[in-house]
Design a protein around this ligand. Structure first.
Ligand SMILES: [Fe+2]
Ligand SMILES: [Fe+2]
Length: 149
């Protein structure tokens, strides 16, 4: 999806996605999670970011996607739902576990699977804010105790 991100001028995401994908593959291997599923979810997790944040809400409403109050307040959160739509309708990804990992990569959720956790953690360890995240060391230490930790 590198060319799509380039075409839309999403250089920050373009730089972030390969790092997340590599990290997701590493974590999947380490914690016995389906590496191909983790790779697919990571590659597509932010593809919804091709849309402008000020058009995300209207787009999700047009697509009749359920919208949480938090998403109404912070429409950027909706990029994950738009990533799911693009993964499914454009890239032909139909595996529910992969779409779920994409859907919840920003916030995780109460019944997270190991795949959800791998994609979420890869996204957080390889964040798109430049440099090493302030929580990276603590997170890596916690991972010694397992994904749940
Ligand atoms: Fe994201
Ligand atoms: Fe991301």
């Amino acid at each position: 999806m590198d060319w799509v991100l380039a075409a839309y001028g999403r250089e920050v995401i373009r730089e972030h996605v390969p790092r997340v994908t590599q990290r997701a593959e590493e974590l999947a291997l380490r914690f016995s999670v389906d590496v191909q599923a983790a790779r697919t979810a990571a590659l597509l997790h932010d593809i919804g970011g091709i849309f402008r944040r000020d058009e995300m809400l209207a787009l999700c409403k047009a697509l009749e996607l359920p919208i949480e109050p938090e998403e109404e307040r912070v429409p950027l959160l909706l990029h994950a739902k738009l990533s799911v739509v693009l993964a499914r309708e454009w890239q032909g990804v139909h595996a529910p576990e992969v779409l779920q990992a994409i859907r919840y990569h920003t916030t995780l959720h109460g019944q997270a699977t190991a795949l959800d956790q791998v994609v979420f953690l890869a996204d957080k360890l390889e964040w798109d804010q430049g440099g090493e995240p302030p929580y990276a060391q603590a997170l890596r230490a916690s991972l010694e105790e397992g994904l749940e930790a």
